[in-house]
Design a protein. Structure first.
Length: 352
């Protein structure tokens, strides 16, 4: 699975267990990202509706939430074909290996060739998503970043010298679900057939669209105009979410929670966000019984490396190296909420 800031890698299984203990048989992950939580819920036996506005998240959702064994019958054959295509110097290599340094050219040329070939193949929607996911994850394993695509590291990362390697995406057992690319606030009122909803919205000014612009371009394959040292998509300047604006974020979150129809809710919240903990607790308490669980984590690797200028000189100071994550469990039955919160062990998450 790709590197992703805010990833719930350490908590996904416990979030899924909490949803099951709440009595849910279906769940919607409205801000799915890399779909880690959705995958864990599917493995736990829940039917998952995975949603995000990111194009790459929709593809990951098709590959991990929708795909069944029948969709994977030709996967090995198709990947073997892609491994044999001849490298070519195209848009991806020029933009992300020459004009910027996210990947070494030998891998960029393979990405160019494989991505173009995927569009030429006669595949189903799910097969295509599986191939795109394989390429996306292969590219992530040889990038030269600290996990964000706002910048690349000054010297080539050791992993960037490795050869791009296509692998079959992991098969996720459990009932197949659906993957959507919708605005979360618009979709919220249409979830009448879902038992539970999991929320992990952006809470600060950092845009996931800009943070992962390379993945967006790799999946869209639209050769956009770019700008800046990081060669970000030009539409990064105009693609903005209310959740990334301090003034609009709280009203957007309030509208979202007010519009939700599922009776069961799990909400992730970071102390690095715009909102006050007490205000969020008061809002959620209006929806039913509430139990919070807190986790103390290291911040992402870029924070530990520090702040550097374009010449590589360290500048400024990082304000803190750890942050607190909260998970709120909400439901109409006090006993079920207590049982669900008891399933989440902060010590286990920190040690995972």
């Amino acid at each position: 699975m790709i590197k992703y800031i805010g990833s719930k890698r350490l908590l996904a299984a416990e979030i899924a267990e909490a949803a099951a203990r709440l009595g849910a048989t279906s769940i919607c992950d409205l801000f799915a990202g890399t779909t880690r939580v959705g995958q864990a819920c599917r493995r736990r036996g829940l039917t998952v509706l995975s949603n995000d506005v990111a194009t790459y998240s929709e593809v990951l959702g098709v590959a991990y939430i929708e795909a069944t064994a029948e969709d994977r019958v030709r996967l090995a054959e198709l990947l073997d074909h892609l491994r044999g295509v001849r490298p070519e110097h195209g848009y991806f290599t020029e933009t992300f290996c020459v004009r910027s340094r996210f990947f070494q050219p030998h891998n960029g040329m393979r990405i160019d060739a494989i991505r173009a070939e995927i569009d030429r193949l006669d595949t189903s929607r799910v097969e295509r998503a599986l191939l795109l996911t394989s390429l996306l994850e292969a590219a992530d394993r040889v990038d030269s970043t600290c996990g964000l695509q706002m910048a690349y590291v000054k010297r080539w990362a050791r992993r960037s010298y490795n050869q791009l390697e296509l692998r079959e995406p992991d098969a996720v057992e459990g009932p197949p679900g659906r993957s959507l690319r919708r605005d979360a606030n618009e979709l919220a009122a249409e979830l009448g057939g879902v038992d539970c909803v999991y929320l992990d919205p952006p809470y600060n000014q950092h845009s996931y669209f800009s943070n992962y612009h390379v993945w967006e371009t790799l999946i869209r394959w639209d050769a956009p105009e770019s700008y800046g040292i990081a060669c970000k998509r030009l539409d990064c300047k105009t693609t903005k979410s209310d959740y990334n604006r301090r003034r609009e974020s709280w009203p957007a979150l309030s509208r979202l929670i007010g519009a939700l129809t599922p009776p069961l809710m799990l909400i992730s919240f970071s102390d690095e966000g715009f909102h006050e903990l007490g205000a969020l607790e008061s809002l959620l308490a209006e929806r039913g019984h509430l139990r919070p669980v807190a986790f103390d984590f290291d911040r992402y690797v870029g924070a530990r490396i520090g702040i550097h200028n374009p010449s590589g000189k360290r500048v400024g100071r990082v304000s803190h190296l750890r942050n607190t994550e909260h998970l709120f469990v909400v439901g109409p039955d006090a006993g079920a909420v207590a049982a669900a919160s008891a399933a989440i062990d902060p010590a286990t998450a920190r040690a995972a």
